[in-house]
Design a protein around this ligand. Sequence first.
Ligand code: MLT
Ligand code: ZN
Length: 469
Amino acid sequence: MASLERQLGPKGFTRDPLAMEPWLSDWRGRVHGKAAALLSPANVDEVQAIVQLAAEARVAIVPQGGNSSMVAGATPSAAGDALLLSLRRMNAIRSLSPEDNVAIAEAGVILSDLHEAAARIGRRFPLSLGAKGTARIGGLISTNAGGTQVLRFGTMRSLVVGIEAVLPSGERFDGLSALRKDNRGYDLRQLLVGAEGTLGVVTAASLRLVPAVGARAVAWVGLAGPPAALTLLRRLEAATGESIESFEAMPANALAAVLRNIPGTRAPLAGTHEWNILVEATAPVGAPDPVDALTGLLGAAQEDELIEDAVVAASEAQAEALWKLRESIAEAERVDGPAAKHDVSVPVSAVPDFLVEARAAVEKRFAGSRVLAFGHLGDGNIHFNVQPPVGADGAAWLESEGAAVNAFVHDFVGVRGGSLSAEHGIGQLKLAEFARTAGPVRLHALQAIKRALDPLGIMNPGKLVPPPA
Ligand code: MLT
Ligand code: ZN
């Protein structure tokens, strides 16, 4: 420890409880850990030195970026023997190439900073989410983050062109290429994407850029329910091709939570609607503004009584205000208190029935509980959250009922061919449920990969990989 302290200096090493405290709990404040020290390396050589020493001493490392994990994937255990490895100081954008359409960003780069840097060269990085001002590239890669543009551009996995990482042995994997085709067998880059820091520390990545948006149209739609929403999505896609890139669904209770808890928000439509959809369509520079097409299509949908009402943002400020309503749901829920949260996916075609049936089943089985389900309807990912009965002590309810609610929801998803983690990962909060439901073939393969790359088990133990029985 003393040699690490010497090597990293005061900016890179602390054991001060006050300095460590903000990084020892997860974003929702459900899990509280301890660490032997907080290490904040400035470059990949320092990361390598840390991992080499940790391997020699058999000390665990917990990598952390913006600490916005939804599954406590970057929170150390309460044992206090692990080193918390913050990548926040490694926040350089090393290069931006409009020719290759690639940015090379270090793990600590904040997502919104990458958005701005790409815009400056007439490009964009097409992944966005509510936590864009906090979440960092290393964490987004390590969780294979999704967000609100997956419909068109896929998850982080489809945007990572190359990776630089320090493996659990302390060796450096120099995979920062800009190659779009590279068929040399097992893809270490893709193994590291979504590995939640269990196979090494991602220190930088080459990331795919796409042309900047010339114009965008953002609309808020009120309608009766998910079946109408899905019909609308397919209609819009058929009429506009690839231009629809977000299609987000919120029930009336999610919108109400935002309006109640987030200052400066207001209802976008005059009446209340059972369901609300936020649609974004974009057009490249020089192409016709998508506002006219979207306005016409929504007008026709209203005439056909497919939707109840709609408004298309008349300015960037209005578009931002609509997005704020969607992106504030997680924060609004946090203000409301504890809930059993789920991040599930089912085939897109199954979403409407799933929402109706799962809600009825959960509210019947857990008396008084209230479902708040919203999310990325366009890609089948629903945040199916279950709130405690009105007036109940939320924390006590979660303690007594949470595990049963989780199992009930996950089984409901499982029999429909779905997944219990669509975009948040497994971390520690989903680990038991993942172990229960994954099945032996998936589990054995996962454990074998973990053993092969991290035989000492020092990388982010207790996350993602259920221990062998
Ligand atoms: C979202 O889609 O808003 C995020 O994934 C956060 C959440 O699940 O609450
Ligand atoms: Zn989400």
